[in-house]
Design a protein around this ligand. Structure first.
Ligand SMILES: Cc1cc2nc3c(=O)[nH]c(=O)nc-3n(C[C@H](O)[C@H](O)[C@H](O)COP(=O)(O)O)c2cc1C
Length: 214
């Protein structure tokens, strides 16, 4: 049995990120839970911000920003970046900050992942300002990568990202429980259909086999 509840955007869990911009010459970071993948090829993301926040001002000055993915050791700083506005507090003082080599947008050294992004679309809806952006380059802590010719992420859970729930609690993710495009393969083959391949590992091959690159 299910019960109908209020219209919550229950697309959870999603990692909490720190969105980095330059505002009036100073690096600023906002805690953002409303961050989503919009596609893998090209690599697209979207962040949704309150119209009045300092970060929106920064995105009025330029079209580059960073998505910094913190691990759980940065919990206090992450919460603080969501409580204080850069209009009043210099949040850059809490981190080691360097300009991203591709866009110049501010990267947090302590975060294991920094995505340098460029805005490709701006959407205003109610009090939200939504920025769709292309990920131009990803910087990943070397210890989280497999030592290969093409660097690959060894295990997502090793990032130890912070998850924020609609219950206002922060969570940590658990262990992997299966492999994408593999766990359901038998079920699809039983139906006589050809399973598609993962969009990243399979590349364009995945698309020609009938799999869509999201
Ligand atoms: C856990 C958490 C999640 C948040 N998620 C968002 C969000 O998705 N979008 C948003 O605009 N503000 C979000 N906020 C609030 C902003 O981080 C907050 O308004 C911050 O002061 C904005 O910083 P700025 O004014 O320096 O840009 C969140 C805060 C917390 C603590």
């Amino acid at each position: 049995m299910k019960r109908q509840i209020e219209n919550l955007a229950l697309l959870y869990p999603i990692p909490i990120v720190l969105v980095g911009t330059w505002v009036e010459g100073r690096a600023n970071f906002a805690t953002v839970g409303d961050c989503a993948i919009m596609g893998l090829k090209p690599a697209l993301v979207a962040v949704s911000l309150g119209a009045g926040c300092h970060t929106v001002r920064g995105l009025g000055e330029g079209d580059a920003f960073t998505i910094n993915i913190p691990s759980t050791v940065l919990l206090a700083e992450v919460d603080a970046c969501g409580i204080a506005s850069g209009a009043h507090v210099d949040k850059s003082a809490w981190f080691s900050v360097s300009p991203g080599p591709r866009t110049g947008a501010p990267c947090i050294e302590e975060c294991p992942v920094n995505l340098e992004c460029r805005v490709v679309e701006r959407v205003s809806f109610a009090h939200r300002r939504i920025f769709v952006a292309e990920v131009l380059v990803a910087h990943v802590e070397a210890s989280l990568l497999e030592d290969d010719a093409v660097p690959r992420i060894a295990a997502m859970h090793a990032f130890d990202p912070i998850i924020y729930g609609l219950d206002n609690q922060y969570y940590r993710i658990g262990q992997p429980i299966g492999t994408g495009y593999a766990e359901g393969r038998d079920l699809v083959e039983t139906e006589g259909a050809a399973p598609s391949s993962p969009p990243l590992d399979g590349g364009s091959e995945g698309a020609t086999k009938g799999g869509s690159v999201s």
